[in-house]
Ligand binder design. Structure first.
Ligand SMILES: *Cc1c(COP(=O)(O)O)cnc(C)c1O
Length: 464
């Protein structure tokens, strides 16, 4: 295969993709394949000689689709959908063709500058104050790790990077048990240790108790620990738990702690002004992450971190060896210094395409529909015999339980996903097995969402 062959095969791939998306509703959402089935279809050894693209493409068509969980299926209500709007798919094709490494301004001026402008467009779109800047990471996990590393170095006056952590005081981080596991992972990787991530008590509404946060910080200081930072959540992954941002940021500020807010899926909803009370006070945060690859429809991967003052993070993560010096340039933004990896993809392009192709009005309409339809589905589900709503809608996420039994709820979930018309996943809440419903697939319709109560009605009626 060479560059002359690429247009033909690109066209074949585009036709395949269009047909794939057009016919998704005919397929079960969750993969119905057995463990090891796909691997068994591949030769055990790599090919010694070149193979014709026709054979490679043919195998793709027969082997891959049957073994997929269809993330772009309009009835995907599991986890949070990782969306891929057609406009963002097109931008990714172009970014793939360019294949630039956007590590320095010099290595990709267009990527760096479009990224800066997209961050500012999104800042305005989400209603954040003037002054936030930021960057695009591969994932919320990397953004949170970057913020936690910044908390560490800031608390140690940047000694950790040079001296290591062995002789440093023990640092403490604070988050509620509702925050995502990426916070635990960041505490581990940063060398702070998961035992030093204090899980602050929550109130009845599942939000971190600001008084308990203050008490934990004071107690730690008295015990000789060094508090370093607070991680808050807006729309937790499990049930959508949302901290009182204004109150918790005020406590953090009183004690001089760095703050990071994880709004990975819910953050996109803030393009709608009516949802902004959910993160009231957000302008006081040091760092915020949200994933346009979730609810804004921008193809994975695209995680945006807003930063109030980028200098501490750059001081933590930036390294400039001689071979990365940009000779003779006025000081430009070199985005590798804002994050963990050196090499970076041109991710801003798909944001540019998506924001322009749908407009904020088009994206708002989708999110508002999802929130309204989720509430409608919750209402219909709550009326079914044996089903109890365990947590009500936070934006477009609710959970329920069947026959008030872990075993019956788990068995129902298995029946739902074997049925295939919809895809749901589970979590544990208040010690119990519950089923999550999350509406957010870019192309879903009201009819798709109302398939949730329909499937539940069919499957609970059949069950004994
Ligand atoms: C999805 C999600 C994450 C993890 O996102 P990645 O980009 O996959 O790392 C973190 N926090 C919340 C609240 C999420 O919903």
């Amino acid at each position: 295969m060479n560059h002359d062959d690429l247009p033909y095969w690109s066209a074949r791939a585009a036709d395949w993709a269009a047909n794939y998306h057009r016919t998704l509703r005919q397929h079960p959402v969750r993969a119905q394949t057995a463990l090891g089935e796909t691997a068994a279809k591949l030769p055990a050894h790599p090919p010694e000689d070149p193979e014709p693209m026709e054979a490679i493409f043919g195998d793709f068509e027969t082997i891959v689709p049957p073994a997929l969980t269809h993330w772009q299926h309009p009835r995907f209500f599991a986890y949070f959908p990782a969306n891929a709007s057609p406009a963002s798919m097109l931008a990714e094709q172009l970014a793939n063709a360019i294949a630039a490494q956007a590590m320095l301004w010099q290595t990709a001026p267009a990527a760096t500058e479009i990224e800066q402008v997209m961050i500012d467009w999104l800042r305005q779109a989400l209603g954040l104050r003037d002054g936030f800047t930021g960057t695009i990471h591969d994932s919320a996990t990397t953004a949170t790790l970057s913020a936690v590393l910044t908390m560490r170095e800031r608390a140690l006056d940047w000694r950790g990077n040079l001296q290591g952590l062995s002789d440093q005081p023990r640092l403490r981080l604070y988050a509620s048990a509702e925050t995502h596991s990426s916070v635990d992972k960041a505490a581990r990787i940063a060398g702070i240790g998961q035992d030093n991530l204090v899980k602050v008590q929550t109130r009845a509404d599942h939000a971190m108790d600001p008084d308990a946060l203050a008490a934990a910080i004071v107690a730690d200081q008295a015990a000789g620990f060094v508090p370093a930072g607070v991680i808050l959540c807006v729309g937790g992954t499990s049930i959508g738990a949302t901290d009182d941002i204004a109150a918790c940021l005020a406590v953090a500020r009183t004690h001089g702690l760095y703050t990071h807010v994880d709004a990975a899926w819910a953050g996109s909803a803030m393009i709608c002004p009516e949802f902004r009370p959910l993160w009231q006070g957000i302008d006081g945060a040091d760092s915020i992450v949200f994933n346009p690859h979730k609810w804004l429809g921008v193809q994975f991967d695209c995680a945006v971190q807003f930063i109030a003052d980028p200098r501490p993070q750059i001081k933590t993560l930036g390294l400039r060896p001689a071979y990365l010096d940009t000779q003779g340039q006025a000081e430009p933004v070199n985005y590798n210094e804002w994050t963990v990896p050196l090499g970076r993809r041109f991710r801003a392009l798909k944001l540019w395409f998506t924001l322009r192709a749908y407009g904020l009005s088009g994206l708002r309409a989708r999110i508002r529909n999802h929130v309204a339809w989720a509430a409608e589905a919750e209402q219909a589900v709550s009326a079914l015999p044996g089903i109890r709503i365990t947590t009500p809608c936070v934006l477009s996420l609710f959970t329920f339980r069947y026959n008030d039994s872990d075993a019956d709820t788990a068995a129902l979930l298995e029946r739902i996903n074997n049925d295939g018309r919809i895809y749901l996943t589970q979590t544990r809440h208040a010690g119990q097995f519950v089923i999550r419903v999350q509406v957010g697939q870019f192309d879903c319709t009201r009819e798709d969402v109302m398939m949730i109560p329909q499937v539940l009605k069919d499957l609970t009626a059949k069950a004994t």
